[in-house]
Ligand binder design. Sequence first.
Ligand code: FDA
Length: 299
Amino acid sequence: MSLFNLLVSKTIMHIPGPLVGFFARGYIAGEQLDDAVRVARELNGQGIMATIDVLGEFITNLDQARGFKEECLRILQTIDAEGLDANLSLKPTQMGLLLDRDQALANIREIVARAADLNSFVRIDMEDISCTDATLDFYRTLREEFPGHVGVVLQSYLRRTPADIIALSDAPMNFRLCKGIYNEPRTAAWKDPYVINRNYTRCLERIFAAGGYVGIATHDEKLVFEALRLIEKLGLEPDRYEFQMLLGVDEELRRIIVDAGHRMRVYVPYGESWLPYSRRRLKENPSIAEHALRQMLGM
Ligand code: FDA
């Protein structure tokens, strides 16, 4: 870890809110659903799809989970009413996974059922390793009940991911493939960036070979190159995959991918709990602050 990153990681909980807000600004649509709708509409105008996410995770009581469930239902209704080219992303711990697993599944089931009614789609984000088994179980259960309306995220830093793809390939698969953002023990996760990238490509090959749909979620030019190479080699139609990027990150690369005729979806988070969210993200991954500084300085 660079000295700058170490400094951010150690001091983030004491950095004043406005300064954290400065780093987080470009990455969050705003505090209200209206803000996310506005950003999603702008993206749609540029030929880009969106996935809307209400900020909140690792909640401490089930009333909060109920509140987040209601908000997710409202997002789906609003996407439908506004005619947006968008879907919903949610986090299992936001639905109470670490408090009451059955209740969390019931909450997510209600949301996916609504998405199915509206012919929409729910992506279940992947959180830290304490959630991986349950999250994949939820996906397995819900894809059987609502095929075509639910997908899950896989992380290429996890050693287990290639095996998870094989285990899930007994039914149509819909994944978002990312590197993974949490700080996991070396026993569970690859640490070397080169190996994480190799594993990413390996997972992508495995998903394509098994006929799965994949959201290629990365801003890493090397991985974009590998993905494009595979797409060309396999002669894949654009309806077999999409690229995905975070709001505010490398819009130039995003435009290059879109202009080359590939589908692109941008992750649009919003919500009042942006400050704890941003603090956690910066603590887990201080390089975000470095990226923001570099962008600001044009480096
Ligand atoms: P890498 O970190 O190597 O970044 C490549 C380049 O992109 C950097 O050099 C930098 O220029 C730029 N960049 C990357 N991140 C940036 C940032 N935040 N700000 C500014 N510049 C940045 N993770 C997870 O564990 N569970 C999940 O459910 C999701 N969901 C998800 C959805 C989507 C749409 C995306 C794009 C990503 C996620 N992630 C995630 C996060 C993911 O795991 C990963 O941490 C980040 O995407 C960064 O990894 P890259 O592949 O972009 O490579």
